[in-house]
Ligand binder design. Sequence first.
Ligand code: 5GP
Length: 256
Amino acid sequence: MSRRRMIYEGKAKILYEGPEPGTLIQYFKDDATAFNAEKKAVLDGKGVLNNRISEFLMTRLSAVGIPNHFIKRLNMREQLIKKVEIIPLEVIVRNVAAGTMSKRLGIPEGETLPRAIVEFCYKKDELGDPLVSEEHIAAFGWASQQEMDDIVSLALRINDFMSGLFSAVGIRLIDFKLEFGRHFEGEMVRTILADEISPDSCRLWDYETNEKLDKDRFRRDLGGVTEAYAEVARRLGIIKESAQGGDVIDFTSGMK
Ligand code: 5GP
Protein backbone atom coordinates (compact mmCIF):
# COMPACT_ATOMS: atom_id res chain seq x y z
CA MET A 1 0.00 0.00 0.00
CA SER A 2 2.74 2.47 0.79
CA ARG A 3 6.36 3.04 1.60
CA ARG A 4 5.44 5.69 4.16
CA ARG A 5 6.51 5.29 7.73
CA MET A 6 3.77 3.89 9.92
CA ILE A 7 3.54 5.70 13.25
CA TYR A 8 0.77 3.73 14.91
CA GLU A 9 -1.76 1.04 14.08
CA GLY A 10 -5.02 1.02 16.02
CA LYS A 11 -8.08 -1.19 15.76
CA ALA A 12 -9.83 0.82 13.03
CA LYS A 13 -7.16 3.25 11.81
CA ILE A 14 -3.51 3.54 10.90
CA LEU A 15 -1.41 6.68 11.28
CA TYR A 16 1.42 7.38 8.85
CA GLU A 17 4.02 10.11 8.81
CA GLY A 18 2.63 13.12 6.93
CA PRO A 19 4.20 15.00 4.00
CA GLU A 20 5.24 17.95 6.20
CA PRO A 21 6.49 18.19 9.77
CA GLY A 22 3.59 18.41 12.20
CA THR A 23 1.23 16.44 9.94
CA LEU A 24 0.09 12.82 9.84
CA ILE A 25 -2.01 10.75 7.46
CA GLN A 26 -4.96 8.98 9.07
CA TYR A 27 -6.00 5.82 7.16
CA PHE A 28 -9.45 4.32 7.85
CA LYS A 29 -9.54 0.50 7.81
CA ASP A 30 -12.58 -1.70 7.24
CA ASP A 31 -11.80 -3.60 10.45
CA ALA A 32 -14.43 -3.57 13.16
CA THR A 33 -13.78 -4.61 16.74
CA ALA A 34 -15.91 -4.60 19.86
CA PHE A 35 -15.62 -5.62 23.50
CA ASN A 36 -11.96 -4.69 23.62
CA ALA A 37 -11.21 -6.57 20.36
CA GLU A 38 -12.77 -9.86 21.55
CA LYS A 39 -15.14 -9.58 18.59
CA LYS A 40 -13.66 -8.83 15.16
CA ALA A 41 -14.83 -8.54 11.56
CA VAL A 42 -14.00 -6.84 8.30
CA LEU A 43 -16.89 -4.73 7.03
CA ASP A 44 -16.43 -3.83 3.36
CA GLY A 45 -16.61 -0.09 2.83
CA LYS A 46 -16.80 0.94 6.50
CA GLY A 47 -13.47 2.79 6.34
CA VAL A 48 -14.53 4.76 3.27
CA LEU A 49 -17.78 5.84 4.96
CA ASN A 50 -16.10 6.75 8.26
CA ASN A 51 -13.43 8.79 6.44
CA ARG A 52 -16.14 10.78 4.69
CA ILE A 53 -18.48 11.14 7.71
CA SER A 54 -15.63 12.21 9.98
CA GLU A 55 -14.44 14.72 7.36
CA PHE A 56 -17.96 16.15 7.16
CA LEU A 57 -18.36 16.51 10.93
CA MET A 58 -14.86 17.88 11.58
CA THR A 59 -15.30 20.43 8.77
CA ARG A 60 -18.64 21.59 10.20
CA LEU A 61 -17.14 21.78 13.70
CA SER A 62 -14.22 23.90 12.39
CA ALA A 63 -16.75 26.23 10.81
CA VAL A 64 -18.32 26.89 14.22
CA GLY A 65 -14.96 27.44 15.89
CA ILE A 66 -14.22 24.03 17.39
CA PRO A 67 -10.49 23.51 16.85
CA ASN A 68 -9.69 20.04 15.49
CA HIS A 69 -6.96 18.05 13.82
CA PHE A 70 -8.57 17.69 10.38
CA ILE A 71 -6.74 19.42 7.49
CA LYS A 72 -8.13 17.78 4.35
CA ARG A 73 -9.27 14.49 2.89
CA LEU A 74 -6.66 12.97 0.59
CA ASN A 75 -8.57 10.07 -0.95
CA MET A 76 -11.21 7.42 -0.23
CA ARG A 77 -9.56 6.18 2.95
CA GLU A 78 -7.08 8.82 4.04
CA GLN A 79 -7.08 12.28 5.51
CA LEU A 80 -4.29 14.69 6.33
CA ILE A 81 -4.36 15.68 10.01
CA LYS A 82 -2.38 17.81 12.44
CA LYS A 83 -0.04 15.84 14.65
CA VAL A 84 -1.04 16.07 18.31
CA GLU A 85 -0.02 14.45 21.57
CA ILE A 86 -3.12 12.44 22.44
CA ILE A 87 -4.48 13.02 25.95
CA PRO A 88 -5.05 9.47 27.28
CA LEU A 89 -8.78 9.91 27.91
CA GLU A 90 -11.93 8.82 26.13
CA VAL A 91 -14.40 11.63 26.66
CA ILE A 92 -17.97 10.35 26.47
CA VAL A 93 -20.95 12.67 26.19
CA ARG A 94 -24.41 11.21 26.84
CA ASN A 95 -27.85 12.64 26.17
CA VAL A 96 -29.86 9.43 26.49
CA ALA A 97 -29.09 6.37 28.64
CA ALA A 98 -27.58 3.46 26.70
CA GLY A 99 -24.68 1.02 26.73
CA THR A 100 -22.47 0.94 29.80
CA MET A 101 -24.38 3.75 31.56
CA SER A 102 -27.60 1.72 31.40
CA LYS A 103 -25.77 -1.39 32.65
CA ARG A 104 -23.92 0.41 35.43
CA LEU A 105 -26.80 2.48 36.77
CA GLY A 106 -29.81 0.37 35.80
CA ILE A 107 -31.35 3.15 33.69
CA PRO A 108 -33.38 1.70 30.81
CA GLU A 109 -31.85 2.27 27.36
CA GLY A 110 -33.62 5.16 25.64
CA GLU A 111 -34.40 7.18 28.78
CA THR A 112 -33.51 10.83 28.21
CA LEU A 113 -31.03 12.07 30.81
CA PRO A 114 -31.86 15.18 32.90
CA ARG A 115 -28.95 16.92 31.20
CA ALA A 116 -25.94 16.04 29.06
CA ILE A 117 -23.44 14.04 31.10
CA VAL A 118 -19.70 13.98 30.39
CA GLU A 119 -17.74 10.89 31.46
CA PHE A 120 -14.04 10.08 31.25
CA CYS A 121 -12.39 6.73 30.61
CA TYR A 122 -8.68 6.12 30.90
CA LYS A 123 -7.45 5.05 27.45
CA LYS A 124 -5.78 1.74 28.24
CA ASP A 125 -6.77 -1.29 26.17
CA GLU A 126 -5.20 -3.75 28.63
CA LEU A 127 -7.62 -2.47 31.29
CA GLY A 128 -10.64 -2.15 28.97
CA ASP A 129 -10.65 1.68 29.16
CA PRO A 130 -11.98 2.01 32.75
CA LEU A 131 -14.25 4.86 33.83
CA VAL A 132 -12.29 7.38 35.92
CA SER A 133 -13.09 10.58 37.81
CA GLU A 134 -11.49 14.01 37.50
CA GLU A 135 -9.73 13.17 40.78
CA HIS A 136 -7.89 10.29 39.09
CA ILE A 137 -7.06 12.47 36.09
CA ALA A 138 -5.61 15.22 38.31
CA ALA A 139 -3.81 12.88 40.72
CA PHE A 140 -2.14 10.84 37.97
CA GLY A 141 -1.45 13.92 35.82
CA TRP A 142 -3.18 12.63 32.68
CA ALA A 143 -4.47 16.15 31.94
CA SER A 144 -4.07 19.54 33.61
CA GLN A 145 -6.97 21.48 35.13
CA GLN A 146 -6.85 23.93 32.21
CA GLU A 147 -7.01 21.03 29.75
CA MET A 148 -9.97 19.51 31.61
CA ASP A 149 -11.81 22.84 31.56
CA ASP A 150 -11.17 23.12 27.80
CA ILE A 151 -12.19 19.49 27.18
CA VAL A 152 -15.50 19.77 29.05
CA SER A 153 -16.40 23.06 27.43
CA LEU A 154 -15.48 21.79 23.93
CA ALA A 155 -17.31 18.47 24.50
CA LEU A 156 -20.53 20.26 25.47
CA ARG A 157 -20.28 22.66 22.51
CA ILE A 158 -19.69 19.70 20.18
CA ASN A 159 -22.71 17.96 21.71
CA ASP A 160 -24.98 20.97 21.16
CA PHE A 161 -23.83 21.42 17.59
CA MET A 162 -23.97 17.74 16.62
CA SER A 163 -27.34 17.14 18.35
CA GLY A 164 -28.82 19.88 16.16
CA LEU A 165 -27.08 18.71 13.01
CA PHE A 166 -28.26 15.11 13.40
CA SER A 167 -31.73 16.10 14.56
CA ALA A 168 -32.18 18.07 11.31
CA VAL A 169 -31.79 14.79 9.40
CA GLY A 170 -34.05 12.70 11.65
CA ILE A 171 -31.31 11.19 13.82
CA ARG A 172 -31.12 11.27 17.62
CA LEU A 173 -27.61 11.67 19.02
CA ILE A 174 -27.71 9.29 21.99
CA ASP A 175 -24.04 9.45 23.02
CA PHE A 176 -20.56 9.63 21.54
CA LYS A 177 -16.87 9.34 22.34
CA LEU A 178 -14.26 12.02 21.67
CA GLU A 179 -10.51 12.20 21.98
CA PHE A 180 -8.47 15.35 22.41
CA GLY A 181 -4.83 16.16 21.84
CA ARG A 182 -2.20 18.75 22.61
CA HIS A 183 -1.31 20.75 19.52
CA PHE A 184 1.98 22.58 19.79
CA GLU A 185 1.78 25.95 18.00
CA GLY A 186 5.14 27.67 18.52
CA GLU A 187 5.29 28.60 22.19
CA MET A 188 1.62 27.73 22.68
CA VAL A 189 -0.07 24.42 23.41
CA ARG A 190 -3.71 24.19 22.46
CA THR A 191 -6.25 21.46 23.29
CA ILE A 192 -7.89 20.36 20.04
CA LEU A 193 -10.34 17.64 19.02
CA ALA A 194 -8.61 14.63 17.41
CA ASP A 195 -9.31 11.04 16.29
CA GLU A 196 -12.62 10.61 14.41
CA ILE A 197 -16.33 11.17 14.82
CA SER A 198 -18.30 8.49 13.00
CA PRO A 199 -20.95 5.81 13.57
CA ASP A 200 -18.09 3.78 15.11
CA SER A 201 -17.88 6.28 17.96
CA CYS A 202 -21.46 7.58 18.26
CA ARG A 203 -24.84 6.07 19.05
CA LEU A 204 -27.27 7.33 16.43
CA TRP A 205 -30.94 6.32 16.46
CA ASP A 206 -33.61 7.09 13.90
CA TYR A 207 -35.99 9.63 15.48
CA GLU A 208 -39.16 7.88 14.33
CA THR A 209 -38.32 4.19 14.71
CA ASN A 210 -35.36 4.16 17.16
CA GLU A 211 -33.55 1.99 14.60
CA LYS A 212 -29.86 1.90 15.44
CA LEU A 213 -27.63 3.49 12.77
CA ASP A 214 -24.28 2.87 14.46
CA LYS A 215 -21.74 0.34 15.69
CA ASP A 216 -24.25 -1.28 18.07
CA ARG A 217 -25.49 -3.09 14.93
CA PHE A 218 -22.12 -4.87 14.94
CA ARG A 219 -21.79 -5.21 18.73
CA ARG A 220 -25.28 -6.71 19.03
CA ASP A 221 -25.27 -8.80 15.81
CA LEU A 222 -28.13 -6.84 14.26
CA GLY A 223 -26.67 -7.05 10.72
CA GLY A 224 -26.72 -4.30 8.09
CA VAL A 225 -23.80 -2.42 9.66
CA THR A 226 -22.36 -0.68 6.58
CA GLU A 227 -25.88 -0.14 5.23
CA ALA A 228 -26.67 1.80 8.43
CA TYR A 229 -23.46 3.86 8.13
CA ALA A 230 -24.36 4.57 4.48
CA GLU A 231 -27.82 5.70 5.62
CA VAL A 232 -26.19 8.21 8.00
CA ALA A 233 -23.96 9.44 5.14
CA ARG A 234 -26.97 9.65 2.81
CA ARG A 235 -28.99 11.71 5.29
CA LEU A 236 -26.04 14.06 5.83
CA GLY A 237 -25.93 14.57 2.05
CA ILE A 238 -22.54 12.87 1.63
CA ILE A 239 -23.98 10.02 -0.44
CA LYS A 240 -26.32 10.64 -3.33
CA GLU A 241 -28.78 8.08 -4.70
CA SER A 242 -27.62 7.05 -8.19
CA ALA A 243 -29.95 6.88 -11.20
CA GLN A 244 -29.74 3.07 -10.83
CA GLY A 245 -31.01 3.30 -7.27
CA GLY A 246 -27.70 2.42 -5.57
CA ASP A 247 -25.71 4.73 -3.35
CA VAL A 248 -22.97 6.90 -4.82
CA ILE A 249 -20.43 8.56 -2.60
CA ASP A 250 -19.96 12.14 -3.76
CA PHE A 251 -16.24 12.72 -3.37
CA THR A 252 -16.32 16.11 -5.02
CA SER A 253 -18.53 18.00 -2.60
CA GLY A 254 -16.76 19.89 0.12
CA MET A 255 -13.31 19.36 -1.45
CA LYS A 256 -10.87 22.13 -0.77
P1 5GP B 1 -20.45 2.89 26.19
O1 5GP B 1 -19.67 3.40 27.37
O2 5GP B 1 -21.93 2.94 26.45
O3 5GP B 1 -19.97 1.55 25.71
O4 5GP B 1 -20.14 3.90 24.98
C1 5GP B 1 -20.57 5.24 24.99
C2 5GP B 1 -20.32 5.85 23.63
O5 5GP B 1 -18.93 5.99 23.41
C3 5GP B 1 -20.85 5.02 22.46
O6 5GP B 1 -21.30 5.90 21.45
C4 5GP B 1 -19.63 4.24 21.98
O7 5GP B 1 -19.71 3.99 20.58
C5 5GP B 1 -18.50 5.20 22.29
N1 5GP B 1 -17.30 4.49 22.71
C6 5GP B 1 -16.97 4.09 23.95
N2 5GP B 1 -15.78 3.46 23.96
C7 5GP B 1 -15.35 3.45 22.69
C8 5GP B 1 -14.16 2.94 22.05
O8 5GP B 1 -13.24 2.37 22.67
N3 5GP B 1 -14.08 3.13 20.70
C9 5GP B 1 -15.08 3.76 19.98
N4 5GP B 1 -14.93 3.87 18.65
N5 5GP B 1 -16.17 4.26 20.57
C10 5GP B 1 -16.32 4.11 21.90
